[in-house]
Design a protein. Structure first.
Length: 318
């Protein structure tokens, strides 16, 4: 019995050593930058940093999140409560380790001081601005409204990036107008521009507007599982899409890291690994959704390098 326990302990130690070596090998050969994630508060940074280590993610770009999105219960919102407090937590994370963290501030377009907020946050070190008004439940002003266009122009003047999810099924016309009116503003339309189930629309948009980028995040776990199912069932179409637009796609998760007990370190590690595997593997057993098996894209090393880090470094000139 004693020998058996000793053997099990050695096996466990060898497994951990193998995993750590694998992480460092992967990190050395494939840098990963997650360009879109949010945290509930600064208390979650230590947990996130550990998750990044165990998943081989080198850097995380955090976006300030309103209280309403942290505790969303459905229906229209259109308010940005406590977003400044959340942004302060992100600044603290960047001050702690700027090699691991950077951030987007978040601006309420209906705030009379929105232009001043953009100017201030960019001067304080933000890489750009996130705006939620492309969501149906946040949409008050049309995306091509003059107030919105002034905000976009201010971001562009400060050499910033716009991060904005857009429901293309509801707001495609005004989204195309704003893209055409701001050709020098890099626009990252998160969550595959909410068009993963309609790649034809997304392909048309990406083909027409060279300042349009997307990220691979899906957000809430229900949407992530639905998104993985969509990719898994349409691998040829998604692989072609990634190959066609390989220079304008960023790796991201946007799971929103909170103190909620189900979002512990192990669960986050499992989810982030699924996000990586859907791009790198031909098929895999889900770690975050036990019992599920997904078909992945197994993108080429060259495409993966761009999606995981090179595209972001190029956009931000790092």
């Amino acid at each position: 019995m004693k020998n058996q326990k000793h053997a099990l302990a050695l096996y466990a130690l060898a497994a951990v050593a193998f995993l750590v070596v694998g992480i460092f090998y992967f990190r050395e050969n494939q840098k990963i930058i997650d360009i879109h994630e949010s945290v509930e508060n600064f208390d979650q940074i230590d947990k996130l940093d550990k998750v990044m280590f165990w998943t081989g993610i080198d850097k995380m770009i955090l976006a300030a999140i309103p209280d309403e999105m942290l505790h969303y219960t459905g229906g229209p919102i259109a308010t940005y409560t406590k977003v400044d407090e959340n942004e302060d937590a992100l600044k603290e994370a960047v001050e702690l380790d700027s090699s691991r963290f950077a951030y987007f501030c978040t601006v309420d377009p209906n705030d009379f001081n929105a232009l001043e907020k953009v100017e201030t946050c960019m001067k304080e070190g933000a890489l750009g601005v996130k705006i939620y008004d492309g969501y149906k439940n946040y949409h008050v002003l049309a995306l091509d409204n003059q107030t919105m266009l002034k905000i976009f122009a201010k971001i562009s003047e400060n050499n910033g990036i716009l991060l904005m999810p857009v429901s293309t099924s509801n707001f495609r016309r005004e989204f195309e107008n704003m893209l055409g009116l701001n050709p020098t503003l890099p626009v990252i339309c998160s969550h595959y521009c909410l068009s993963s189930k309609n790649l034809a629309v997304l392909t048309d948009l990406m083909s027409a507007y060279t300042n349009l980028y997307i990220d691979t995040s899906f957000g809430h776990i229900d949407y992530a599982r639905e998104g993985f199912d969509t990719i898994s069932g349409n691998t040829e179409e998604f692989r072609k899409f990634f190959n066609d637009f390989q220079d304008r796609i960023f790796f991201a998760t946007d799971n929103v890291v909170t103190g909620f007990e189900s979002k512990d370190r192990d669960w986050l590690i499992a989810l982030y690994r699924d996000y990586i595997s859907i791009l790198t593997e031909s098929e895999f057993d889900s770690r975050s959704n036990p019992g599920a098996k997904y078909m992945g894209l197994k993108l080429s090393k060259a495409v993966l390098a761009k999606v995981f880090s090179e595209n972001w470094n190029k956009l931000t000139a790092q």
